[in-house]
Design a protein around this ligand. Structure first.
Ligand code: GS8
Length: 225
């Protein structure tokens, strides 16, 4: 059974989750083999998930020889620490590490939070979320600057892995928010294209169309339409 002692790495996941996607990207960047377990978040969570993440009952969960690690950004940092022989996502310098953690936290608290409001809301609250999203994208573009990746001199790193899943969601945000990432933040759009060329990202993300269709169905279920 998945998640037992000496079972290696097991990821409890859900295909469209940006938080799951970032763990898939990190595992691929590190070349670590793992067992992927798709959870049915709508039909009923597995006992393993409920046991492994009793506080939040959310995916992703990484089980390492049966021991659970919860929260996607914690999982990324755990992988760096537990597998020091693999390419590190965080830089070595303490200040650069703190900087990367700050931006990954910004992406969760601002970008993904705002993204959810964009597809869940209508009318004035949607317009408010749209305005916030444009500011968030501009802020992230300013942080990227002229760099190829947020990881900077280290290449693709922690912030890139944390943020790249959003690129599978851009089409959904753009459609419901009625804006274009390429127009608001062209350097961010170029970064998204560069991420898509990386094998670790390409094989971890689902197509923007599939994400958009899924959210369309969820909106109907939730009565947003
Ligand atoms: C967020 C995980 C999460 O929202 C992380 O791991 O970074 N801060 C956490 N997981 C969602 C799926 S993605 O939207 C989830 O598991 N939801 C199930 C539920 O809320 O019941």
């Amino acid at each position: 059974m998945a998640g037992e002692k000496n079972d290696g790495l097991v990821l409890l996941d859900f295909w469209v989750s940006p938080f799951g996607m970032r763990c898939r990207i990190a595992l691929a960047e590190k070349g670590l083999p793992y067992k992927h377990v798709e959870e049915d978040l709508f039909g009923g969570k597995s006992d393993l998930l409920l046991r492994s993440n009793p506080v939040h009952k959310k995916i992703p969960v990484l089980l390492h020889d049966g021991k659970p690690v919860n929260e996607s950004l914690v999982i990324l940092q755990y992988l760096d620490e537990a597998f020091p022989e693999t390419p590190s996502l965080l830089p070595a310098d303490p200040h650069a590490r703190a900087h990367a953690r700050f931006w990954a936290d910004y992406i969760d608290k601002k970008l993904f939070e705002c993204g959810t409001r964009i597809w869940k809301l209508k009318g004035e609250p949607l317009m408010q979320a749209r305005a916030e999203m444009l500011e968030i994208l501009k802020t992230l573009e300013a942080e990227l600057g002229e760099k190829e990746f947020f990881g900077g001199e280290h290449g693709f790193g922690f912030v890139d892995a944390a943020f790249a899943p959003a690129t599978a969601w851009f089409q959904t945000f753009e459609s419901y928010g009625e804006f274009s990432v390429a127009e608001v933040a062209p350097r961010l759009a170029a970064w998204a294209a560069r991420c898509g060329e990386r094998e670790s990202v390409a094989r971890s993300l689902y197509s923007p169309d599939k994400v958009y269709d899924f959210i369309g169905g969820l909106r109907k279920k939730l009565g947003v339409e």
